[in-house]
Design a protein around this ligand. Structure first.
Ligand SMILES: Nc1ncnc2c1ncn2[C@@H]1O[C@H](COP(=O)(O)OP(=O)(O)O)[C@@H](O)[C@H]1O
Ligand SMILES: [Mg+2]
Length: 473
């Protein structure tokens, strides 16, 4: 471009010379015409004036052209500075038609293209950020120097304000295993898998760190707390079942071996041993039955046949059907009153619930001499209660007794034929009804097991005929 400007100025200079030559030519003719009378002084003065006139005409023209060109160059420089500073909306105005015009057009086009490309990149970046933010996994990108380059919303929730671009990863997250994994991926340029358990309280993450072609690394953290807890619970469950089965099995095996090895066991001993074997076999039978019941109510396929049922009838049916097992115990099963409100319930499942609760009261609260079963309306629910007046349950056990295999007194539970699964089954059934269950007790003052069932929708409330509620024993 500068050479073109140079050529242009050179052209102007040549023009000036041609102009000067022309003037000299005219003067020369005048000199020849006046040669006789003229003198060399005259020639010198004429030459001087002609030069001065030529200069006086050419100089402003040259200055005007140079000023115009330098002005346009200045605008191009200004434009380049704005583009370099990131202002891609800058454009050069069309000021004429010469050698600089195509250059100005090309520069305008380039700025427009870069602007479009950057807008596309920016929209792609925003889409990517939204996608990464909506992921369930936490994602962090680190530079080759181990500084946080970017992190998604999940990661920011986990690490809080500690994590931000430009901060070193070591100061952003403190989990040693995660940091070791990141270091290994950055230094050895290979994939690293690990586990972070101190990143957030009570949470466990599976960590995958992959080196990036740019030299940094990308870390993906997957929350496996739920999976871990489920696996742990499964391990505990299997261990508990094995333990519960092993005890009666060992006993059966021992007595059978004794009977086989004893050449002539007396009828008394044989009877006693067979009695023990039967007791243990029944225990195993109860356990398998409870395990099957638990598996059924815990299964996602567990279906209740819900129907609008009167609370008072549910309570009375429970008392009637379980009255038999109470007869010889010397304990009174009392009806504590119940409303006629309709609740959505599966009658068979309710028999299972009341059966387990009343059986427990019979087993663990004999001393109380009576068990009261009743219900009351509470807002949009009906609250059912099985209350005994036995030794009660210490507060630290109240929540845990609904866990599988949890027993306050293992020996006593086993002695009375318990499996430790009854309340877990009850809890699942109540939850499947959309209700809640809890226990209230004070040591020495008996225990109350309460559960709620939602009231039937208003349009069903008028359905069955009224049955008067009354006390029963
Ligand atoms: N009415 C009650 N009074 C005192 N303790 C109770 C009562 N009901 C339940 N428990 C305690 O809760 C534990 C769990 O009950 P459950 O799941 O039915 O198992 P199981 O009856 O087989 O022992 C029992 O072992 C017992 O310690
Ligand atoms: Mg029980």
């Amino acid at each position: 471009m500068t050479s073109k400007v140079f050529i242009k100025l050179l052209g102007l200079f040549i023009l000036l010379l041609v102009f000067h030559t022309l003037v000299m030519e005219i003067l020369f003719h005048r000199f020849v015409e006046h040669a006789a009378g003229g003198t060399l002084r005259l020639l010198g003065r004429e030459a001087f004036w002609s030069g001065l006139i030529a200069l006086g005409v050419a100089l402003p023209v040259a200055a005007w052209v140079a000023l115009r060109i330098s002005g346009r160059l200045h605008r191009i420089m200004e434009f380049a500075r704005r583009v370099a500073a990131g202002d891609l909306t800058a454009r050069l105005d069309k000021t004429g038609e010469d050698e600089l015009t195509p250059l100005e057009a090309a520069l305008n086009q380039t700025a427009e293209r870069i602007g479009q490309d950057i807008a596309e990149l920016e929209s792609g970046r925003r889409e990517l950020a939204v996608m990464l933010d909506s992921m369930q996994e936490a994602v962090v990108a680190v530079t080759a120097e181990g500084q946080v380059r970017w992190s998604n919303a999940v990661m920011q929730r986990i690490a809080g304000t500690q994590i931000r671009p430009g901060r070193s990863l070591v100061h952003s997250v403190r989990d040693p295993e995660l940091l070791a994994c990141a270091r290994s991926a950055l230094e050895r340029r290979e994939l690293c898998f690990g586990r972070a358990s101190t990143l957030a309280p009570g949470k466990v993450f599976e960590v995958n760190v992959a080196p990036l072609p740019s030299g940094g690394a990308l870390m993906v953290l997957h929350d496996v707390t739920g999976i871990e807890a489920a696996q742990q619970s499964r391990r505990e469950f299997v261990a508990n079942v094995s333990h519960e089965l092993r005890t009666p099995l060992t006993s059966i095996q021992g007595y059978v071996e004794t009977l086989i090895e004893e050449p002539r066991p007396g009828p008394e001993a044989t009877r006693e041993f067979l009695g023990i074997i039967l007791k243990n076999a029944s225990r195993m039978n109860r356990l398998t039955e409870d395990l099957l019941a638990l598996a059924s109510v815990e299964s996602p396929d567990y279906k209740l046949s819900l129907q609008p049922s009167r609370a008072s009838e549910l309570v009375k049916d429970a008392i009637d059907s379980l009255g038999g097992i109470v007869v010889d115990s010397g304990i009174k099963l009392q009806f504590a009153g119940a409303p006629d409100a309709l609740v959505m319930a599966d009658p068979d499942a309710m028999t299972q619930v009341f059966g387990n609760l009343i059986e427990n009261s019979l087993k663990y609260a004999k001393e109380g001499k009576r068990i009261r079963v009743g219900a009351r309306e509470a807002g949009s629910e009906v609250e059912f209660t099985v209350q005994d007046f036995g030794p009660g349950i210490a507060s630290e056990h109240l929540e845990r007794i609904f866990e599988r295999f949890y027993r306050v007194d293992k020996a006593r539970s086993r002695e009375s034929g318990g499996t430790g699964l009854g309340l877990a089954i009850v809890k699942h059934i109540v939850l499947a009804h959309g209700g809640r269950i809890w226990a209230e007790s004070e040591l020495g003052n008996g225990a109350s097991f309460r559960f709620t069932l939602p009231l039937a929708p208003a349009q069903q409330t008028a359905a069955p005929a009224q049955t008067p509620a009354g006390a029963a024993s």
